[in-house]
Design a protein around this ligand. Structure first.
Ligand code: FES
Length: 105
């Protein structure tokens, strides 16, 4: 299964789902441009911000207080914004497309 990352200017990059990894790890290990993951997945840097389609938002699990506080400080935040490091990837997310913000923190 794959997840597609769509850049701000509409370019698609695909990554293979790796069970047990976070969406940030999947992105960085596949060299997806636009996901940095500077804090290593601690919900503390905001450089893994992704914007989900509403239909996928509910399938990506709960948001911790740490994630929500970080998103409060994240430019370009939308109602369906998430930190990719806080999403566990599984086959249930096969076919998901996520949008990248124009700028990460
Ligand atoms: Fe730092 Fe996700 S990698 S907040």
């Amino acid at each position: 299964g794959t997840i597609t990352f769509v850049s701000h200017d509409g370019e698609s990059q695909e990554a293979e789902i790796a069970e047990g990894q976070s969406l940030m790890q999947v992105a960085t290990s596949n060299g997806i441009a636009g996901i940095d993951g500077d804090c290593g997945g601690e919900a503390a840097c905001g450089t893994c911000h992704v914007i989900l389609e509403a239909q996928w938002f509910g399938k990506t699990g709960d948001q911790s207080d740490e994630e929500l506080q970080m998103l409060d400080m994240t430019p370009e935040r939308e109602a369906t914004s998430r930190l990719a490091c806080q999403i566990n990837v599984s086959a249930a997310l096969d076919g998901m497309a996520v949008k990248l913000p124009e700028f990460q923190m």
